[in-house]
Design a protein around this ligand. Structure first.
Ligand code: NAD
Length: 258
């Protein structure tokens, strides 16, 4: 049975009710996990208010600002987990960012600063958060990140984010190799295209979704809740033999040649 009772789970990356992290948080909660939620703070506090209202029904016992570009916020997030929970079982890394300019047009126009930003926020942050989580996963654990097919195939307009996702998937393997002896498993879910705040920055996202709906074996794309169900599985003992993998939750699109 999929049962996460007694597990402490930190979920990053909820911006609104379309966020994949919101689908994951709901399914972890439904499976019995105790949730901690982080949000990306802004100067006016709008994001804090919006995310707080959204997640209230899930009764998070930690709710913290965490911009992964801010080392102090990352450190205080994990200090709060240590203090309040004593141990961490689950880390959901569900965030990414690239400048909109770098998500359309010629890939060869990617700027050095755009490349660095995408890699820092979308790729390095997994290494950073996993490193901070490791000493708190004293009874083993599960780390799940989100990737996309654009990390292994050339998808129009995905550009620099494809390079970031390739690095992310590779980081999953290195982290899994390092942390396996501590019974910490690290996996990625490669989700099919879903309309969200982040994906709306990718040029032609609606065309991508339409194409998937016509071509994928299931003739549709996936929902945030379907991704959440796979995340719950990857965080549970039902997946105890799986680590270092990229699991496709994409209605089968990845297998198609045409
Ligand atoms: P989203 O916009 O809802 O989520 C992206 C999150 O990243 C937001 O909550 C945002 O606040 C957060 N974020 C951005 N910069 C940050 C920073 N510096 N520090 C902390 N958080 C920061 O969009 P989403 O589509 O749910 O994206 C979640 C993940 O899923 C991303 O890794 C994305 O690449 C991946 N993904 C999305 C799709 C899709 O089609 N939507 C498909 C495959 C993978």
């Amino acid at each position: 049975m999929l049962d996460l009772t007694g597990k402490n789970a930190l979920v990053t990356g909820i911006a609104n009710n379309r966020s994949i992290a919101w689908g994951i948080a709901q399914q972890l909660h439904a499976s019995g996990a105790n949730l901690g939620i982080t949000y990306l703070p802004d100067e006016k506090g709008k994001m804090e208010k919006k995310v707080a209202e959204l997640v209230e029904p899930l009764n998070p016992t930690l709710f913290l600002p965490c911009n992964v570009q801010n080392d102090e916020q990352v450190a205080s997030t994990f200090a709060a987990i240590q203090e309040k929970w004593g141990k961490l079982d689950i880390l959901i890394h569900c965030l990414a960012f690239a400048n909109k300019d770098d998500l359309s047009g010629d890939f060869s126009n990617t700027s050095r600063s755009g490349f660095t930003t995408a890699m820092e926020i979308s790729t390095y942050s997994l290494i950073q958060l996993a490193g901070a989580a490791k000493p708190l996963m004293t009874e083993g654990g599960s780390i799940v990140t989100l990737t996309y097919l654009g990390g292994v195939r050339a998808i129009p307009n995905y550009n620099v984010m494809g390079v970031a996702k390739a690095g992310l998937e590779c980081s999953v393997r290195y982290l899994a190799a390092e942390m396996g002896p501590a019974n910490i498993r690290v996996n990625a879910i490669s989700a099919g295209p879903i309309r969200t705040l982040a994906s709306s920055a990718v040029g032609g996202i609606l065309d991508m979704i339409h194409h998937v709906e016509q071509v994928a074996p299931l003739r549709r794309t996936v929902t945030q809740i379907e991704v959440g169900n796979t995340a719950a599985f990857l965080c549970s003992d039902l997946s105890s033999g799986i680590t270092g993998q990229v699991i496709y939750v994409d209605a089968g699109y990845e297998i198609m040649g045409m």
